[in-house]
Design a protein around this ligand. Structure first.
Ligand SMILES: *[C@@H]1O[C@H](CO)[C@@H](O)[C@H](O)[C@H]1NC(C)=O
Ligand SMILES: *[C@@H]1O[C@H](CO)[C@@H](O)[C@H](O)[C@H]1NC(C)=O
Ligand SMILES: *[C@@H]1O[C@H](CO)[C@@H](O)[C@H](O)[C@H]1NC(C)=O
Length: 165
């Protein structure tokens, strides 16, 4: 019964189920949008890319809890995941009114925590915190489409470590 709530332009060109996902929804949003996301979002990695049930021998257990524990093979898989995100963002890149901050931190929901939003130690891309980047976009101070370099290159990143419980 959800089909009728989805955008008709999307339904016309795609499988309706796909129209539920941000990748498609964003194409039909007229309001300027700022995308704040991590290319290694821990919730996605733990629940979508490698849910526990798909890893019965716990090969990914250490990596899922702390990105620093991922071995070279696992990091390469995470890089592939990041590349597919960046590919999906290609079209949005051309959106003149859009903004984005795609970090490379093992994090989720970066906007509500001072530690990640705007603090002296917050993650930065081109030396700007998330708050400064959103401000540049919101107040039309400067174009603000930032994509971080791949893990492990950004020393300002805040990576959540779940092994500490
Ligand atoms: C990384 O760990 C996985 C799962 O244990 C294993 O299959 C793979 O060979 C390892 N890769 C390296 C480079 O050690
Ligand atoms: C980075 O930004 C801070 C203020 O947010 C500034 O004090 C510092 O000089 C900047 N560093 C560089 C290398 O631009
Ligand atoms: C504006 O954005 C450009 C390109 O991202 C950057 O090189 C420049 O330093 C920014 N200027 C300010 C004042 O933030």
């Amino acid at each position: 019964g959800l089909r009728k709530s989805l955008h008709k332009d999307c339904i016309a060109r795609k499988e309706p189920a796909e129209c539920l996902f941000p990748k498609e929804i964003i194409k039909n949003i007229a309001t300027p949008v700022f995308l704040l996301h991590s290319a290694y979002d821990f919730w996605q990695i733990q629940n979508i890319l490698i849910p526990e049930g798909s890893d019965p021998y716990h090969y990914w257990q250490k990596c899922r809890l702390d990105i620093h524990n991922c071995n070279a093979t696992q990091v390469e898989i995470l890089q592939g995941y990041r590349r597919s995100l960046l590919k999906a963002l290609k079209e949005f890149q051309k959106n003149k009114e859009g903004g984005m901050f795609i970090s490379s931190c093992f994090i989720h929901c970066q906007a509500w925590m001072t530690e990640t939003w705007h603090a002296p130690t917050s993650p930065r891309i081109n030396n700007k915190t998330i708050a400064e980047s959103v401000g540049d976009w919101y107040f039309n101070r400067n174009a603000s489409k930032k994509i971080d370099c791949p893990f492990l290159c950004n020393p300002t990143c805040y990576h959540v470590n779940f092994t500490h419980g």
